[in-house]
Structure formats: C-alpha cells, structure tokens
Design a protein around this ligand. Sequence first.
Ligand SMILES: NC(=O)c1ccc[n+]([C@@H]2O[C@H](COP(=O)([O-])OP(=O)(O)OC[C@H]3O[C@@H](n4cnc5c(N)ncnc54)[C@H](OP(=O)(O)O)[C@@H]3O)[C@@H](O)[C@H]2O)c1
Length: 276
Amino acid sequence: MSTSQGSKVVLVTGASSGIGEACAELLSVRGHIVYGTSRQLQVKPSVGYRMLELDVTRDESVRAAVRTVLEREGRIDVVVNNAGHALAGAVEDTSDEEAWRQLDTNVMGVLRVCRAVLPSMRERRTGRIINIGSLGGVVGLPFQGFYSASKFALEGLTESLRQEVEAFGIQATLVQPGDVRTGLTRSRVRAAAAGESSAYRESFEKVLSIIEKEEGDGVAAEVVARKVAEVMEEEDPRVRYSVGKWMQRAAVVAKPLLPSQTFEGILMSMFGLKRR
Ligand SMILES: NC(=O)c1ccc[n+]([C@@H]2O[C@H](COP(=O)([O-])OP(=O)(O)OC[C@H]3O[C@@H](n4cnc5c(N)ncnc54)[C@H](OP(=O)(O)O)[C@@H]3O)[C@@H](O)[C@H]2O)c1
C-alpha cells in the first residue's frame, strides 16, 4: 500500500461518538473516503463521511457492512477497529453473561471485522488494521477487570495477527489511548451485582468516581484521531502507539521497569485502595 499519498478507503467502527467519530471526521477532512458505523443507522448530512449500520456482535451485520463498502469502492485500505464499551464491577461481581458481552464486543467484534476484511486485503496484498486498545490493556485497572481483560486480549491478538498477515502486505497495529473525554463514561455498564449488597461496594464506588473524573479530565477524542491518522501514514508502523496524558503513558513504561509490588502500590494508592 502506498502509505504516504493518495486517498484511502477507511472503515471506522463505532463512529457515532467519541474516538470513532473524531477519526471519521478527521480522516474525511484529510481527503480519505471514510465509512463510519453505528448500531443504529444515522444520517449525518453535514459531515463528509458515510454511515453504515454495523453491530460488531453480529457476524452477518459485519459482513453486510464490509460487503457494502467493497461493492461501492472496490477496496478497503484501512480498518479502524474502534467500537467498544466498558463494563465496571469487581471481578467477583461479574456474571458470565456480563463478562461475555464485554468480550463479545471488544474482542470478538474485532475478530469478526478482521475476518470480513482480510480476504479482500490479502487478495490485493495490501491493507492496514488499526485496533483501538487501551492503556487499561497494559495495566490491569481495579473494578474494570473484564474491560482490562478485553484490551489485554487485543494486545495479544494484534501481535499474533501482525505476524500472520505481514507476508500479505498487511500491517496490524494497536493504538492505546489513556483517558479520553467521550461517551464511554456515560454508557459504561455496571455489573448487576455491584449494588448495595456487594462486598466491594465502598471501594468500587470510590474507584469508579476516580476513573470517571479522570475520563472527564482526559484528552479530547481528536488527540487520538490525530494519532490514528499519523499511524495510517507511517511507512512501517510499530506494533503499538500510546496516546494521552504523559503521566498515564509513563505508567506503561514504568510497569516493566519497577518491582511489581512497587508498581502495584503506586497504582493502588492512585485509586485510593489500601494494602492490608
Ligand atoms: N474513552 C476512553 O477513555 C478510552 C480509553 C481507551 C480506549 N478507549 C476505547 O476507544 C474505543 C471508542 O470508545 P469511546 O471512548 O470513543 O466511547 P464512545 O463515545 O462510547 O463510543 C463507542 C462507539 O462504539 C460503538 N459501539 C458500541 N458497541 C457496539 C457494537 N456492539 N457494535 C458496533 N458498535 C458499537 C458505539 O456506537 P453505537 O452505540 O452508535 O452503536 C460508539 O460509536 C473503545 O474501544 C474504547 O474501549 C476509550
């Protein structure tokens, strides 16, 4: 793929708000042919990109959206796997169904999209897949266990995929944002058992309010969109790029360098959690 010039056909999942919307807007302003997606078809007449209906938890929905882009444009050069949601609750308070729903969207959703776009990318021997991970996929966050699990899974999946598709001229990369001001905070799902009777109630509420405040003070979605655009233009993209506040990105660098108990102690004190 010629990465430094020309208009590319880009599919951005989850473009109805937040990071996906910012990516779709920025990339279309930069002259790319952009298809954004949402579970509910939305008409956005004032923007320069098209919206398609796509639910990443339904294979047929994913395949239909990809088919539409391929029929209209003849190719998909770049996929931004961005659609996702966040589940909050202690690991112990998480039901099988809640855990599965989190993984179904954030991990299996990426798999479904990759499976749908890779045949045409392989055929053309070019393509780029940008998965939106999270710094929560490098550092396990308290009371976001299955959100972190889903993003840790994306780390491994992207590393594996990358090695498999390289020979076909396809590059897979992760963009790992720290806290970003988006709709994720508002749409966060709380585990049903995280209510009054939870043994974790007090610390859960304390940690969640810190997390939500950090997200509210986070960087604008456009900052992540600019990073995605930058990665798209890289001739030879790395496996991962972090983006966000310096302090949060520093945690990723510090984790393998500090003794694990020191690192964990710092993290716990940031969330107001006490050691025994
Ligand atoms: N905000 C942060 O601090 C932060 C930090 C690190 C990583 N991230 C990641 O960034 C990505 C985007 O999140 P955001 O912060 O921009 O949140 P957001 O504003 O809530 O946007 C989430 C997007 O995902 C879509 N979506 C949710 N479930 C879907 C499904 N089953 N199928 C298809 N689309 C679905 C939503 O579209 P519809 O509801 O219209 O279908 C929406 O467009 C997520 O993967 C998130 O984990 C966010």
